[in-house]
Design a protein around this ligand. Structure first.
Ligand code: FES
Ligand code: FES
Length: 149
């Protein structure tokens, strides 16, 4: 048993400590907004925050997340109010199939915490998430919109 704090709630997860955090989030905590894409830290679909930093949860062992504050897409909106990144996503109609989008949004929310008005070069360097639907231009526009919000 390991104890994890996810979206402010501490839960016990019955997994081997080496289990990827992604599976504890999805299968033990039941938070299925975080997606599995590649399993090798390449696509970003599994992005969550650990202590405010974006991480790819498919390659973070549960043991490394014990004692941290984990935030998933389900915990991003505070008090029922959309996070400014979520709102920009809606306003700019970013998602297509949606599969990659929770990871995109979590990566962008973490970027804006450290770089509130990112340049295109900042975005290119940081938001390396893969979208099979090719929403990259809408993602870029929504990032700039969120930065102005
Ligand atoms: S599933 Fe984690 S980076 Fe692709
Ligand atoms: S919106 Fe379909 S994979 Fe990105």
């Amino acid at each position: 048993m390991e104890r994890l704090t996810i979206n402010g709630k501490t839960i016990e997860v019955d997994v081997d400590p080496s289990t990827p955090l992604l599976w504890a989030i999805r299968e033990q905590a039941g938070l299925t907004g975080t997606k599995y894409g590649c399993g090798i830290a390449q696509c970003g679909a599994c992005t969550v925050h650990i202590d405010g930093r974006a991480v790819r949860s498919c390659v973070v062992p549960v043991a490394a997340a014990v004692g941290t504050q984990i935030t998933t897409i389900e915990g991003l909106a505070a008090g029922g109010v959309l996070h400014k990144v979520q709102k920009a996503w809606v306003d700019n109609e970013v998602p297509q199939c949606g599969y990659c989008q929770t990871g995109m949004i979590m990566a962008v929310a973490a970027l804006l915490e450290v770089t509130p008005t990112p340049t295109d070069a900042d975005i290119n360097a940081t938001i390396t998430n893969i979208c099979r639907c090719g929403t990259f231009q809408q993602v870029r526009e929504a990032i700039h919109a969120a930065a102005k919000a």
